[in-house]
Design a binder for this molecule. Sequence first.
Ligand code: DGT
Ligand code: CA
Ligand code: CA
Length: 574
Amino acid sequence: MQNADVARIFDTLADLLEIQEANPFRVRAYRNASRTVEGLTESLSSIIEDPDRTLSDLPGIGKDLAEKIKTILETNTLPQLEELKSKIPPGVVQMLNLPGIGPKKVAVMFRELKVNTLEDLRAAGENGQISALKGFGKKTEQTILENIDSVAAAEQRFYLSDAIHAGEAIVASLRELESVTQADLAGSSRRRKETTGDLDVLAIAEDSEEPMDHLAEHELVAQVLQRGPTKMRVRLHLGIELDLRVVPEESYGAAMVYFTGSKEHNIVLRKRAQERKLKLNEYGVSPEGKDKSKPVRTEEDVYKLLDLPWIPPELREDRGEFDAAESDKLPELVDVDDIRGDLHMHTTASDGKNSILEMAEAAKKLGRKYIAITDHSKRVSMANGLDAKRLREHWKDIDKANDEIKGIEIWKGIECDILEDATLDLPDDVLAEADWVIAVLHYGLKQPKDQINKRMMAAIQNPHVHCIGHPTGRLLLRRPGAEMDFHDILKAAADHGVLMEINASPERLDLSDVHAQAAADMGIPIVIDTDAHSTTGFHTMKYGVYQARRAGLEKKHIANTRTPKQFRKLLRTS
Ligand code: DGT
Ligand code: CA
Ligand code: CA
């Protein structure tokens, strides 16, 4: 939780209260608090930790709001917010994103038209019911109808892998155009955030019509939504929308910084500019009071004017990158070429599509020096999980494959379920024979926190477990992970010499960036694994590496950048 998250919660609370037509003074109190928090130059937690200071000294923050801030920092939410959310349908909250529509108008539509979803609202508009409301009109109704699709799409997020795949293809094709001298991906996918809202692309072109015509005709594009002289918005067949902006060469650096974001990072940059009597925006950096910008062709130019080294996009979240940059301690982020091993994958023995040898050959082609075959244990019956007997047979096959192939080591592994009752799915004497044991949660993810803690602790304390795989069990865009006391679990893992995985599968990316950073901070080696279920599944390694980069991790933090021999030295000796 950062200040910006707290501010956002207060803003949402104010919006929801306003939709409920609550007391305007209460609404204003939350809005003011949000502004105060957003404008702080230090973190709320640092104020709380300072014995000489108290939150209620901040303007607009009374005792009650100070308590609420503490609750948010501890629980990531507020009981009031959850209660309001349960009363106001999510579709109604989405209506706030319609241009020109604020909470007051949403309140009227919610009350008078009884609309619960954007589709309800569309129907009401098509029947002329919106324009019949007091304070609305034909024009407002028209604007609402025109923007419902965009608002509905904006709420939807996409896996980074899907977004980046399309975004990079479009950028590559723009670069080939005659009039285009440069094109790049910006926005959250350049920052490698695990999910993407929309794609942002910037280009320098002598003739802005050429790239726009090209985009309109691109095979990935389904529809042109807007087109102006230098800006265009399209929807791809994938469903995701993409903004293309054609930018003058001399402000390209400023535009790249601005549209790469994050918003939180940009806020700090603008503050630094102000401190230096400069104005920073997407067009450039200009001395205060003058319109003429200094030329900022590259991002380096922009950062330099703010007395900073260039900061890698993955770190631009206002999560400590400025302190690191100022003290010359920006990490040298791990690169996908640093990866030497891959220690989580499946074969036809459970739910994979290829044999042991096929997997090993494919991994070797990618330059891997060692892999672990980690098929499922028996609890995962729908994936044909292995019991002790089948597993031992399977390991004999791995021995055979190892003899047949040169240049890569194949380790005898298992992805062993941590059962609901906090026992492991296979007996200790079997696990003891493995080269590599990953313990994972698959079932009972909704168990109470205490039981999840107990399961994780039991796995970590088992002397044969080497690593916890996809630690929270979350599936992005589909289900949250299990609730657990993560800090305590990391502490135990550090104490027992258990490694933590970043599962590179694009729908998992588990550990998250924040969790991975916390684990590495505690000295826990991180393993980035593909969890490949076929030879084509190895390409996802880069997404795991991106996640590690967002966590600020270097080669030394990632266990599988080591040689097999060095890697073995990290393993607990049971
Ligand atoms: P997304 O699309 O939700 O995955 O996230 P982003 O980060 O790509 O956000 P987007 O597409 O709304 O805007 C692209 C960048 O433009 C964003 O990272 C920072 C910048 N930006 C957009 N709106 C604002 C704003 O209101 N203030 C500031 N400072 N920057 C903004
Ligand atoms: Ca975006
Ligand atoms: Ca955008």
